[in-house]
Ligand binder design. Sequence first.
Ligand code: ADP
Ligand code: MG
Ligand code: ZN
Length: 488
Amino acid sequence: MQFEPVIGLEVHAELQTRSKMFCACPVVDLTTAEPNTAVCEVCAALPGTLPVINEQAVDYALRVALALECQVRRVSVFARKNYFYPDLPKGYQISQYELPLAQHGRLWIRTSQGERAVRIRRVHLEEDTGKLTHVQRDGETYSLVDLNRAGVPLLEIVSEPDMHSVEEVRAYATALRQLLRYLGVNSGDMQKGVIRFEANVSVRPAGSQALGTRVEIKNLNSFRALEESVAYEIRRQMAVLEAGGRVEQQTLGWDEARRRTVPQRSKEEAHDYRYFPEPDLPPLQVDDAWLERVRAALPELPHARFQRMRQAYGLTPAEAELLTAERAVADYFEAAAQAARQQGVPTKMVVNWVTGELFGRLNREGLRIDEAPITPQGLADLVALVHRGELNKQAGQKVLAEIFARGGGEPRAVMEALGLRQVSDADQIEVWVAEVLEAHPAEVAKYLAGKESVLNWLFGQVMRRARGRANPQVVRQALRAALEARRG
Ligand code: ADP
Ligand code: MG
Ligand code: ZN
């Protein structure tokens, strides 16, 4: 029998506002901040304290909701989700439940099958919990509590069960992370735990519309864990069904080391949480004016930008993917491409220089695009020098390397300073060719005896004599001509 996987994702994304969701504590980098240094009476849940809604967090949430084409509720309600856990000082989490901020949206994804929209079920605001670290000391296990994360604004984005392959899951997670970064609400830094996934996975007979029994895989902190655990569950559930068994509904974790899912505590039902409206907070009201302000300030969104840039610059899908992955990269490329266009340089050359030479250098130096020592205009000027033949490609790479080494510089000035201006002068090149042929009579003889491959070696010798500055096309012509002349 053929089976179809069905997957729905719950994504938790921190909203990287300056302060926490309900108090004035700063949102800090958990991986570098000293534990429990960003904690006050409110997020430590001392008796008698009261929460206050962070307006900026709501603003960020609205950006995401609108970018996901959701319907935004004008009045949404915070609720208490009651449970006990050592990382939850209040004994409850403030979340949204029955009346979430936004619903019924969609996210565009691109896979090898083309593009499609995955439906978004809901987007709601909540607060993060603290973080536990389990340590062994003197044969005992201790759990250390860091409350720096307690109360950090968290957005939960829940999809419909609309995905049917690991590839779609990856595309969805990638597109959502990219969107959050474009909107400036989340750094996308997976290693710092600012985005976490939960995957709901079931399998059903192909062609069936009914949903099979699902499992929920919790605490997936990387793309790799997400993809591997979903792939594992699809395989496992298919095997169970093929053997005539039934899939059990359960909550699972992902065992990174053994690369398999493992059962966790049995899943709470909603009624276990004893949800009720948060009595310490008023309903959250969002009026039209606020929504319109947020809508008007949205940047061009990644999917639209992908399509527009493909069209406008004749990019391949892979190039467009690379050049729109980050907003800063797309901005840089477009500025460079436009500056180059004004100098009559083909866009294709700019694409190659940005994705090849520039990305390569940035990678090697560990720099982000906004830290590049060459401006988009500078890159366009450099590519124009190569296009016009004033620099050959290798010399152009040297100029770029020098600009990186100096931490800046204007391409033409650097070219002159390094004496790299390309020599296209045929007389000069013929002199170099003659000197090389004079110095290597044995190789010349081999070539004349029919060994064509020697030509490349001789070419290399001429370029070396020219210290890389010679125009390669002129060198090839001159070399062939000089060799043919010796055939006599
Ligand atoms: P909860 O996890 O709190 O029970 P929901 O019931 O709303 O929340 O579902 C959570 C996620 O599970 C959603 O992303 C939804 O698309 C997905 N989901 C629900 N049923 C299935 C199913 N049978 N197979 C796969 N995913 C499912
Ligand atoms: Mg869930
Ligand atoms: Zn606080």
